[in-house]
Write a protein that binds this ligand. Structure first.
Ligand code: C6P
Length: 427
């Protein structure tokens, strides 16, 4: 083969590596993330812990710095220039989220600290008003603790029952069982869109359709979905949708609860304080309109603006292309690790997002994570705040590599080399 043909071959290979993005686009995307240039333990950083939190592009970092350098003031409170300007930027961020989720109105977007707070808000406000003794809340066996414990607290307080639809050996929801658990006492279904521990993509459209046939509202925990796929809350027809900014390339400390206007309007406030009221006397308070009714106190203004920048960044690249790129990475990684003796993948659903959980019979996941760290490779090990999932598979923990738009096949090759090192160390 001539050198030119070899080059052409390498070029084609590079293009094929970047389904969703061309090699040059991927290079440009990586250049947008300053942290990726770092070395860790003298090795180039290979960041594969994106399900825990993703890295931040320059556009997000700049938006936050710009806000503090030029605009910082409290919102809704001042008549002065900066306060009005900060309020406008915060409102604009809410409209960006509205557009991102295709919500009918910006008033359906409540800013919260993250998915965890969004779910707690629904449990404490909607749940406490609507769930009574003997009622049921239905979740699935693959929920994150954030979509279990708030419902347990509610059920314990109300004398209600938490029902759990099982998952099978592949990590998929057993849909028939889910359907049979959806009974006359079910007051709410809460289900993850994508499992953080297994990568399973749940059939949320089907779940919502069935629940609505029985007049049961549905909350979707979208923490692991919004970074990887286009979410349209009107098309899904979900009643609530929760996500965290920091997993979708935005800052920590900011997240979103989407709620249908008629539900949010009817719900009592979650927390009391400034900004959520219309009037206050010692005898009685009246409340602000939604979404402000649920946003007591000074919000994370810079966080909302940073989140707006993050959502514009992913929308400009296109979630379909991001999803296609990550799907390619997942398939490549699944194929690459499948050949490693003793390695078992946990979670083999037909529909998966970019999460690869795995174990070895005789090597603890923490040891895998520690050795990979020495190679500059960041993965997460443990139960991933999904202890019931670990129990379902009869394991204490997994090692989890999770992919983002900026990861490459070469990084997965590094992961495989790292895992081979782990095997060498443990004989
Ligand atoms: N999962 C992980 O490494 P917060 O902490 O509020 O931003 O997100 C909570 C949450 C809710 N639902 C799902 C499906 C999640 O994956 C998470 C966060 C991280 O898997 C941290 S435990």
């Amino acid at each position: 083969m001539t050198a030119a043909a070899r080059n052409l071959g390498a070029g084609l290979q590079a293009e094929r590596h970047a389904v969703g993005f061309s090699a040059s686009e991927l290079k440009q995307i990586r250049a947008d993330f300053p942290i990726l240039r770092q070395k860790v333990h003298g090795k180039p950083l290979v960041y594969l812990d994106n399900a825990a939190t993703s890295q931040k592009p320059r556009a997000v970092i700049d938006a936050i710095v710009r806000y503090y350098e030029t605009t910082n003031a409290n919102i809704h409170r001042g008549v002065h220039f900066l306060s009005e300007h900060a309020t406008e930027e915060h409102d604009a961020a809410r409209r960006t989220v509205q557009k991102f989720l295709n919500a009918r109105s910006a008033s359906e977007i409540v800013f919260v600290r993250g998915a965890t707070e969004a779910i707690n808000l629904v449990a404490q406000s909607y749940g406490r008003a609507r769930v009574a003794s003997g009622d049921e809340v239905l979740i699935t066996g693959m929920e994150h603790h954030s979509d279990i414990v708030p419902w347990q607290l509610l059920c314990n307080e109300k004398g209600a029952k938490l029902r759990v639809a099982p998952i099978d050996d592949a990590g998929e929801l057993v849909f028939d069982e889910f359907a049979s658990l959806l009974g006359p006492r079910t007051r709410l279904v809460a289900v993850t869109h994508v499992s953080n521990a297994l990568g399973t993509v749940n059939p949320v459209r089907r779940i919502i359709e069935l629940a609505h046939e029985r007049k049961v509202p549905v909350l979707v925990d979208g923490a692991q979905a919004v970074p990887h796929m286009k979410v349209d809350v009107q098309e899904l027809d979900c009643d609530f949708y929760a996500f965290s900014g920091h997993k979708v390339y935005g800052p920590t400390g900011i997240g979103v609860l989407y709620g249908k206007a008629e539900l949010l309007n009817a719900m009592p406030p979650y927390q009391g304080g400034g900004d959520m009221i219309a009037s206050v006397t010692f005898e009685k308070s009246t409340y602000n309109k939604v979404p402000f009714k649920f946003e007591a106190g000074t919000p994370d203004i810079a966080g909302a603006i940073g989140l707006g920048a993050a959502l514009r960044y992913v929308s400009d690249l296109g979630l379909e292309r991001i999803g296609a790129h990550e799907h390619d990475l997942l398939e490549y990684a699944t194929g690459a690790v499948s050949g490693i003796p003793g390695l078992r993948i946990v979670g083999s659903a037909a529909e998966k997002a970019g999460v690869l959980s795995f174990i070895f019979e005789n090597i603890h996941p923490h040891d895998i994570g520690t050795i990979l760290d020495q190679e500059g490779i960041a993965i997460r090990t443990g139960h991933h705040c999904s202890q019931p999932v670990m129990r379902r598979f009869n394991i204490p923990a997994t090692a989890r590599a999770s992919f983002a738009m900026y990861n490459t096949r070469e990084e997965i090759d590094e992961l495989v080399r790292g895992i081979e090192k782990v095997r060498e160390v443990f004989g």
